[in-house]
Design a protein around this ligand. Structure first.
Ligand SMILES: Cc1cc2nc3c(=O)[nH]c(=O)nc-3n(C[C@H](O)[C@H](O)[C@H](O)COP(=O)(O)OP(=O)(O)OC[C@H]3O[C@@H](n4cnc5c(N)ncnc54)[C@H](O)[C@@H]3O)c2cc1C
Length: 426
C-alpha cells in the first residue's frame, strides 16, 4: 500500500522548476483526512496544481474508529469521483435520537429525534484509505517530517525543511512551493509558530471508545440484544444522556457497533501531545461497573463485551481570527480543533479542502483565492467549533449537572439536535 515518493531527484525536480509556470506547486504537511482531501481537491484539472503531501507516519495505518459524514462532505467526495468508493465503505445514518436515561430505574425518555439527519457512517481508516487510493501515484511521501518553513521571494513562495521521521537519515532537505498547506492536526507545529500563545484546552472529560465486531456467532447474540433495545441501529445515531455523562452508539459497515462514553474527570497526565490514555485492566474494570450503574443493561453489556476499549482525552481550542498568513494556509484540525459532539472534525476537514479547491480553481490570483477561502470558511468553522463545545457541556452536565432532562421542555430538548448548528449564536 505504501507509496514511495521519492528519491532526491524527484524532490529537486519538484522544487526547482519555474514558479512562473501556470501550474502551482503545493506542499501539504500531513497526510491524514484533511491533507489527503486537500490533495484530492487540488489535483483536479481546473486547479492547475502539482501537489506533494509530506506525512510523518511511515505508512497508512488501520487506526481509528467510526465517524459520521454529513451531506456536504459526501457531496465533495462524490464530486472528486469517489461516489462508488464512498458507497462501498459507508452506510446511511438517517436518524438522530437523543434520550434521557434514569440510572436508578433504567427508564428512558425520548428528548429529540431528527428523521432527516442525512449522514453516512464509516470507519475512519476506510475514508482515509479511499482518499489515498484516489491520488496519483507519488503524491504522498511517508516518513517525512516538516521541521520548519520560511517565506522566500517576498512571500510568493515557501521553503519547507524536511527530514526523515525515523531511521538513520537525518539530513534535512528543502522543498519549495507556491503554497504551503498545514494539515498537521490539533498539535500543528505550523499553527504553534504562527500563533505562539495558542494552547489546547481540556474540555473537562475523556471518552471511552470501542468498536464491537459481531461478525462471529457468539458476538451476534450480544448484537441482537443491543438491537432489541436500540431498534433503529443500522440507520440511527443514538445519544443516551445520564446525569453528568452521555453515551453515543451507531452502526458501522461490516457488522461493527461503534460506541463512546464521555466521562467527566480531571485532566489526565498525558505524555507530550498525545490525547490517548493507556486503559489499564483496573480502569477497564471500573468502567464496566460504572456503565452498569449508569446505562440500560444492553448498552452496558455492549461496552463490557468490546475488546480493547481505549480512552481519548477531549480537547479543543478557541477559534482563530485568521487561517491564512501570506501563502501559508491552515486546514482541518490545525485550523479549528474541535470536540467531537457536533461530528464536525472530519466534515470540516473535507469541506475546507473542497472550498480551497473551488477558490483556487476560480481565482487566477493566489492571494485572492486564499482571501476567499478564509472569508468563506472562518465564520462557518467558528460557529461549528463553538456549537460542538456547547453541546459537549450541555450533554455532560457542565452547565448544570442536575439538569432535569427527564422533565425538560420541548424547546430545550430540540437544542440537542445536530441540525441546530446553523442556529447557534456565538
Ligand atoms: C490515526 C488517526 C485515527 C483517527 N480516528 C478517528 C476516528 O475514528 N473518528 C473520528 O471522528 N476521528 C478520528 N481521527 C481524527 C480525525 O480524522 C481528524 O481529527 C480529522 O479528520 C481532521 O484531521 P486532520 O487531517 O486535520 O488532522 P489529523 O487527523 O490529526 O492528522 C494530522 C496529520 O499530520 C501529520 N503530521 C503532523 N505534524 C507533521 C509534520 N511536522 N510533518 C509531517 N506530518 C505531520 C500527522 O502524522 C497526521 O497524520 C483520527 C485521527 C488520526 C490521526
Amino acid at each position: 500500500m505504501e507509496q514511495k515518493l521519492g528519491d532526491d531527484d524527484r524532490e529537486e525536480e519538484w522544487s526547482s522548476s519555474s514558479s512562473s509556470s501556470s501550474r502551482r506547486k503545493v506542499i501539504v504537511v500531513g497526510g491524514s483526512i484533511a491533507g489527503l482531501s486537500c490533495a484530492k481537491a487540488l489535483v483536479q484539472p481546473q486547479c492547475q496544481c502539482d501537489v506533494l503531501v509530506l506525512e510523518r507516519a511511515s505508512a497508512l495505518t488501520a487506526a481509528g474508529a467510526g465517524l459520521g459524514l454529513d451531506i456536504h462532505a459526501c457531496r465533495a467526495l462524490q464530486e472528486w469521483g469517489l461516489a462508488s468508493a464512498l458507497a462501498a465503505i459507508s452506510m446511511p445514518l438517517t436518524v438522530e435520537q437523543n434520550r434521557a436515561i434514569d440510572p436508578q430505574s433504567k427508564s428512558a425518555r425520548l428528548l429529540a429525534r431528527d428523521e432527516e439527519f442525512n449522514n453516512r457512517s464509516a470507519y475512519w481508516s476506510d475514508v482515509h484509505r479511499i482518499l489515498f487510493e484516489a491520488l496519483p501515484q507519488g503524491t504522498v511521501e511517508f516518513g517525512q517530517e516538516v521541521v520548519g518553513f520560511e517565506e522566500i521571494d517576498e512571500g510568493r513562495r515557501i521553503r519547507a525543511k524536511v527530514k526523515p521521521s525515523s531511521g538513520d537519515g537525518n539530513e534535512i532537505k528543502e522543498v519549495v512551493g507556491d503554497l504551503f498547506i498545514a494539515a498537521d492536526g490539533i498539535n500543528s507545529s505550523t499553527r504553534q509558530r504562527l500563533v505562539p500563545s495558542d494552547k489546547r484546552q481540556y474540555c473537562g472529560y475523556c471518552a471511552w471508545r470501542g468498536v464491537f465486531d459481531y461478525s462471529e456467532q457468539a458476538a451476534e447474540e450480544i448484537a441482537a440484544a443491543v438491537r432489541k433495545a436500540y431498534a433503529d441501529l443500522g440507520k440511527c445515531l443514538y445519544f443516551d444522556l445520564a446525569p453528568g455523562s452521555h453515551a453515543v452508539l451507531y452502526e458501522l459497515p461490516g457488522k461493527r457497533l461503534n460506541w463512546l462514553w464521555y466521562v467527566c474527570q480531571e485532566e489526565p497526565n498525558l505524555k507530550g501531545n498525545s490525547v490517548t490514555l493507556k486503559a489499564t485492566d483496573s480502569m477497564v474494570q471500573k468502567m464496566y461497573e460504572e456503565a452498569s450503574q449508569t446505562f440500560i443493561p444492553e448498552l452496558a453489556l455492549l461496552m463490557q463485551s468490546t475488546k480493547f476499549p481505549f480512552v481519548n482525552a477531549i480537547f479543543d481550542r478557541d477559534p482563530l481570527k485568521q487561517i491564512v498568513w501570506g501563502h501559508v494556509v491552515l486546514v482541518g484540525e490545525a485550523a479549528h480543533p474541535t470536540s467531537p459532539h457536533g461530528l464536525r472534525s472530519t466534515n470540516m476537514s473535507i469541506m475546507d479542502a473542497a472550498v480551497l479547491g473551488s477558490c483556487i480553481a476560480e481565482c487566477k490570483n493566489i492571494d485572492t483565492a486564499l482571501c476567499s477561502y478564509q472569508t468563506s470558511r472562518l465564520p462557518v468553522t467558528t460557529q461549528q467549533v463553538l456549537f460542538s463545545r456547547h453541546l459537549g457541556k450541555l450533554k455532560q452536565g457542565l452547565f448544570s449537572r442536575s439538569f432535569p432532562w427527564m422533565q425538560a421542555d420541548k424547546e430545550t430538548c430540540l437544542t440537542l439536535l445536530q441540525r441546530n448548528v446553523h442556529l447557534f449564536q456565538f
